[in-house]
Ligand binder design. Structure first.
Ligand code: MIG
Length: 815
């Protein structure tokens, strides 16, 4: 039975700017952050809701010195600072909140607070009938979640109905209606929670935690980008990937031996399919014992990885959390003697079935267990593994299974109701002492902190990869996670299938995940389960090569999915798609830098870039890659044309330089060879020539594509790729006076990293045959040499030597 909060009895302002609230049936705390974010916590009894900043090692809430005042008869908590401002009005009977921005506009109105039997809290957010909702982590279905009932509980699952729980739960959403201020809400819960997204009532979002009180934050806009900036400031920003991780990854469950890995690698190079990483799935282990190598099939891991590395490949190895129960297996013995595993209420080790048979599950909530787990990686890392792939960490598992050779059929899903784990906050507080005094750590039920499990494992992994190299940018890939996972790992969306609908669905799924803070995300290219057709593979690779994280992966009993398995036509299409990714590397690296610094995702829905424009919330088969490029892939079988929605402004078809003015819908031809890709008018896209992997020196290191149509500015980042030096930064600016002279300013390069002088080719699209081209005021001659220009198919190409000095270029159109 729901129990209302009852009347607000007392309000007490503490010395630091928090407001303590006492209700008939519980307690609360209201506070504001320096950026104007409002936070409400509610709980029953003594214990406040679990502090996830402490539990997950996040940056603490940046408390602002707010004041409790009454203005024009309304008591409110208020703060106004340089970075943000907010006023929160409180109504006492019944308790309700109104969060207002600096201008006094309502950001959020919240009410109907009630406790459930297990100490969870439900609340209602008022909504406009035309508000659209985005986020919630990794979800199926369309981009706009209005009308859905959503469960957030991490679990292993094959493409469930859209309302079902999936691997990654992020209880955050953005609310947006065209032309109005956007806002965001985070329900910062360690365990499962549920949302009714204007399904039962079109003017309300209902949210409920299942236990543990409520810890809710309201993030103001006005732009969707402002909401993401504030949200990721709270939850953590995208970690910068090592540059090699931005290349293509080739994976398959079924690369059974070192031989098969070597052969795939050799063919990738022979056939010139750009690839940076090869993944080793569970096949490399000995009887699926984590951190071991199969002695026959992988007899010389070090030699294997050295030869891969010599050919420009990094190796990523899978690590599952389940440790085989085997008295002969040193890792199990050691873990057992140190008591690192989760237990059932009775004190018995929590055993469940996964690949190795019976397995014990480490309790990653404890810092000593995370350190222990990290140390187990030594063998992999010494052998030359460059990145770690954390699978099965929801955690997945089953109670019984049927084993038929390589096939394992889970028969009965796990029931973790009696499992206990260390209280992550207490464990954190006790830190290093823990190993000796663990008996004293209070336990909580696994279910109440379930959504943290995979994230804590990634934390153990990342910390280990950074140990001794604080500047390093580790590569960790995870299947499960929750709020803030982007600080620790890239996310792939788990087991999809080789179906057109799953290709189509990957678009909104990745855009939704992106809006939940996870910029580095991707779906298995080609589909994991089932047999991929040549046409589906071609189409999947065209857009997959532009996923923020681009990995081809499949299951062992499906048709092989290396690009050459589908005939030479599809092989060429895949090669070209991956070459495009390599050519875009400077642009992509800049987008990751933006995500890291501002929270703006790499993959953005159209409304994110055009929040004033009506009708874009529904567009989820097109994507903005950064603010300059828009892809409209073909995701329908047999289609060779498609309709494209062009938002306002000029749009250049990248393949033909045809130029269109939006807003409008156009039909484009898209034969199998072609991905419809548009550049926004008024954009500068730094590119390079294609390489086979990111470690290869491109023939042309810097090609600046200029798409006229509006003024714009951007920054080119040069980066050692591994965090060893602060990057160099070259500001770029385009002045596009309609009809008049076009001016490009290349700023002076700044920063620590030395960049050698290099050729630069500036390509100005749609410039026709100009009257004159100037560099720093001096007219250039036509020709192919440095400091000359030529006209190629309606584009002006200028060759320069980039030595890091400021430069300006001007193009006078023909009269
Ligand atoms: O229960 O390691 O999602 O990518 O290939 C299956 C084998 C276990 C699930 C992952 C998939 C991986 C597979 N794993």
């Amino acid at each position: 039975m729901a129990q209302v909060l009852g009347e607000l009895l007392r309000v007490h302002e503490d010395d630091e700017g928090r407001l303590e609230l006492a209700f008939e049936a519980g307690r609360g705390e209201l506070s504001l952050a320096l950026d104007g974010t409002a936070r409400l916590r509610l709980w029953q009894g003594e214990a406040p809701p679990m502090d996830l900043d402490t539990a997950l090692g996040r940056t603490p809430f940046e408390l602002a010195p707010a004041r409790w005042r009454t203005e024009s008869g309304r008591p409110a908590l208020m703060y106004a600072g340089r970075e943000g401002a907010a006023r929160v009005e409180i109504a006492a009977r019944p308790f309700a909140l109104r969060v207002c921005d600096r201008e006094g506009g309502t950001v959020a109105a919240l009410g109907d607070f009630a406790f459930n039997e297990d100490g969870g809290v439900s609340a209602t957010l008022r909504s406009r009938a035309d508000e659209h909702f985005f986020g919630f982590g990794e979800r199926g279905g369309g981009l706009d979640k209005r009308g859905e009932q959503i469960q957030l509980r991490n679990r292993d699952v094959l493409m469930p109905p859209r309302s079902d729980a999936r691997y990654v739960s992020i209880p955050f959403f953005v609310g947006h209606s065209a032309g109005r201020a956007a806002r965001g809400i985070l329900v910062d819960a360690p365990g499962p929670c549920d949302f009714d997204v204007a399904a039962s009532s079109d003017r309300e979002v209902r949210m409920e935690t299942r236990s543990g009180g409520l810890d809710l934050c309201v993030f103001a806009g006005p732009l969707p980008a402002d909401v993401l900036d504030r949200f990721t400031r709270r939850a953590g920003r995208q970690a910068l990937p090592p540059v090699w991780a931005l290349g293509h990854h080739q994976s398959r469950w079924g690369y059974r031996s070192a031989k098969s890995v070597t052969s795939v690698a050799r063919q990738l190079r022979e056939r010139r399919i750009p690839t940076d990483a090869i993944h080793l799935d569970i096949d490399y282990m000995d009887g699926y014992r984590v951190f071991t190598w199969h002695p026959k099939r992988f007899p010389d891991p070090k030699g294997l990885m050295a030869s891969l590395r010599q050919n420009g490949f990094r190796t990523v190895a899978i690590v599952d959390p389940g440790v085989k129960v085997d008295p002969e297996y040193p890792i199990y013995q050691d873990g057992r003697s140190r008591g690192v595993f989760c237990s059932e209420g009775s004190g018995r080790e929590w055993i469940q079935r996964v690949w190795p048979g019976q397995a014990a599950m480490p309790d990653f909530n404890r810092p000593d267990v995370r350190t222990w787990w990290g140390q187990q990686h030594a063998g992999l890392l010494d052998a030359g593994v460059a990145g770690i792939w954390n699978d099965m960490n929801e955690p997945a598992g089953w109670r019984r299974d049927l084993r038929l050779g390589r096939a394992i059929l889970p028969l009965q899903s796990q029931d973790a109701t009696r499992v206990m784990q260390a209280d992550p906050v207490e464990a954190e507080r006790r830190g290093g002492e823990l190993a000796t005094r663990r008996q004293a750590i209070p336990l909580v039920s696994h279910e109440s902190v379930r959504n943290l499990y995979g994230q804590q494992e990634c934390r153990a992994t990342r910390d280990e990869l950074k140990r001794g190299h604080p500047q390093a940018r580790p590569f960790v890939l995870t299947r499960s996670g929750t709020t803030g996972i982007q600080q620790l790992a890239a996310v792939w969306t788990g087991d999809n299938a080789s179906r057109w609908s799953h290709l189509r669905e990957s678009m909104p799924m990745l855009m939704g995940l992106s809006l939940s803070g996870v910029a580095f995300c991707g779906a298995d290219i080609g589909g994991f389960g089932g047999h991929c057709s040549p046409e589906l593979f071609a189409r999947w690779m065209q857009i997959g090569a532009l996923y923020p994280f681009a990995r081809t992966h499949s299951v062992w009993y499906s048709r092989r999915q290396e690009p050459w398995r589908f005939g030479s036509r599809v092989e060429s299409i895949a090669r070209e798609a991956l070459e495009l990714r390599m050519r875009l590397l400077p642009y992509l690296a800049g987008l990751f830098r933006d995500a890291h610094e501002t929270g703006a995702p790499v993959w953005r829905p159209l409304f994110f870039e055009f929040p004033e424009t009506e009708g874009l919330a529904e567009v989820d088969d097109q994507v903005m890659i950064g603010s300059s490029l828009m892809a409209a892939p073909v995701v329908e079988r047999g289609a060779t044309r498609r309709e494209v929605m062009l938002p306002p402004g000029l749009w250049w078809d990248v393949s033909s330089d045809a130029c269109f003015r939006g807003p409008r819908r156009i039909e484009v031809e898209a034969p199998l060879e072609r991905l419809p890709l548009f550049a926004r008018g008024g954009s500068l896209v730094p590119m390079q020539s294609a390489v086979q992997h990111t470690g290869e020196r491109p023939a042309e290191p810097f090609v600046l594509e200029v798409y006229p149509g509006a003024d714009c500015e951007t920054v080119l980042w040069d980066d050692a790729g591994d965090g060893t030096a602060t990057p160099a930064r070259t500001p770029l600016r385009l002045h596009d006076r309609a009809g008049g002279r076009l001016r490009l300013e290349i700023g002076r390069r700044e920063g620590e990293l030395g960049v050698d002088a290099r050729p630069l080719r500036v390509v100005v699209h749609g410039a026709g045959r100009p009257d004159a081209v100037f560099s720093d005021g001096i007219a250039l001659a036509e020709g192919d040499a440095v400091d000359e220009y030529r006209v190629v198919e309606g584009r002006v190409e200028i060759r320069l030597l980039d030595q890091g000095d400021a430069r300006s270029l001007e193009i006078d159109p023909a009269p």
